[in-house]
Design a protein around this ligand. Structure first.
Ligand SMILES: [Zn+2]
Length: 44
């Protein structure tokens, strides 16, 4: 599921799998469905 964050008075949509940010929710949604990253990058 895409998470929503606000930065610089803009709303960004972040892929929860790889952390990639998009300024368009449908782009983020489409990416996330095709994202092949199984683990979030912030887990170390
Ligand atoms: Zn991703």
């Amino acid at each position: 599921m895409v998470s929503q964050t606000e930065r610089d008075e803009m709303t960004w949509y972040e892929c929860e799998h790889c952390g990639l940010m998009f300024d368009d929710e449908s782009d983020a949604d489409q990416h996330e469905r095709n994202c092949d990253s199984e683990e979030p990058s912030y887990i170390q």
